[in-house]
Design a protein around this ligand. Structure first.
Ligand code: UT7
Length: 336
């Protein structure tokens, strides 16, 4: 029997309405548009502000749009994997809540946390279910309300993050296109540089942890930056090499959107030009598990069947990886 290849057969996204600009941020902390644009490359980010809403709300919007675009009925979905570091609650899983909000009943659903590499790890996981032959339609959704864990008194981290969601549908490929190769790695020593100090089992929430602002993202920017450039470039180059992808026949690098300077450095080490790189960090910031599907969604109209894409990420853990995709369809998927 021929090996089953999983392919992305549709992509959708959702963004909250409110836009937090660098100008507004400059009224909240001691920063400037110029510093943020020069050091990070972000102009604005979307923020989910409505009280009582969480990652599942923006995630459910992306999934509903995906179902509509691909003409898929809720009953057809076998599995939903939600990548997130900002679940609605510690439990149940945000994937279960998304399923409930969009009307998916009885599907297998769970969350996956791999920091900013969450979407890539979830995509790899989703592929295995398709490749195994038992699952036919799998949704992988990255959904984040990063603003719920950003300290808007910490000028070194608050400009970086934004809220949003992106989702893809995975199905068995009908041809040779699809998700071809991957190299995913991690190293737990990196946890000291990027984490959330309290709220887990080691340090449960208390008055003291709240007073000490320990429920927000803690990040030491410089070591994270250095690791991100070297690890993302290493795996992306390795995946290119072992699949005979050259700078000439690579159509797109789809990089995690954490810092414009990281993206540029990775592209340079891969020997590719800026015109081969999907970049939308200036509009959305770092949406953690949603950056990659937000890029795919925005570039979908330009993508062609057979295009060579390398997706690459780096995030808390540390986690990082690269996936090689031969894109499965031409242009914008519409249900008609
Ligand atoms: O997605 C998860 C992975 N995360 C990442 O990939 C993030 C990786 N790291 C980075 O992107 C960068 O390290 C940051 C954007 C977080 C920081 O940029 P940096 O160029 O490494 O700046 P820095 O932390 O070395 O700070 C340089 C200076 C400091 O001032 P002094 O000590 O030189 O006087 C900071 O206090 O810039 C200052 N600074 C700011 N100034 C104006 C830090 N944040 C700001 C700010 N506005 N928002």
């Amino acid at each position: 029997m021929n090996k089953i290849i999983a392919t992305i057969s549709g992509v959708a996204a959702a963004l909250p309405d409110y836009i937090l600009t660098n100008e507004e941020l400059s009224t909240m902390v001691d920063t400037t548009d110029e510093w943020i644009m020069t050091r990070i490359g972000i102009k604005e980010r979307h923020i989910l502000r409505e009280p009582g809403t969480g990652s599942s709300d923006v995630g459910a919007k992306a999934v509903l749009s995906l179902l509509e675009k691909t003409g898929t009925k809720v009953e057809e979905i076998d599995l939903v994997i939600c990548a997130t570091v900002t679940p609605d609650m510690q439990f149940p899983a945000t994937a279960n809540i998304i399923c409930d909000k969009v009307g998916i009943k009885d599907a297998f659903a769970f969350d996956l946390n791999a920091g900013c590499s969450g979407f890539l790890y979830a995509l790899s996981t989703g592929c295995k279910f398709i490749e195994g032959g038992r699952y036919k339609k799998v949704i992988v959704v990255g959904a984040e309300k990063m603003s719920s864990i950003v300290d808007y008194q910490d000028r070194a981290t608050c400009p970086i993050f934004g809220d949003g969601s992106g989702a893809v549908l995975l199905e068995p490929s009908k041809d040779e296109n699809g998700i071809i190769d991957e190299l995913l790695q991690s190293d737990g020593v990196g946890r000291v540089h990027l984490h959330q100090k309290a709220g887990g089992s080691v340090k449960p929430a208390s008055h003291e942890t709240v007073d000490a602002r320990e429920h927000f993202i803690y990040q030491e920017g410089q070591p994270v930056f250095k690791w991100a450039v070297s690890k993302m470039a290493d795996v992306a180059v390795e995946v290119m090499k072992r699949n005979n992808i050259t700078p000439e026949n690579l159509n797109w690098l789809v990089p995690h959107q954490a810092n414009m300077r990281i993206i540029e450095a990775v592209a340079k080490r891969m020997g590719i030009s800026p015109s081969q790189v999907m970049i939308n960090i200036q509009k959305y910031g770092n949406t953690t598990s949603a950056t990659l599907p937000l890029c795919l969604w925005e570039w979908e109209p330009l993508l062609k069947k057979g295009d060579n894409l390398i997706l690459a990420t780096f995030g808390a853990g540390f986690t990082w990886g690269a996936i090689y995709i031969k894109w499965g369809y031409d242009g914008n998927k519409t249900n008609n």
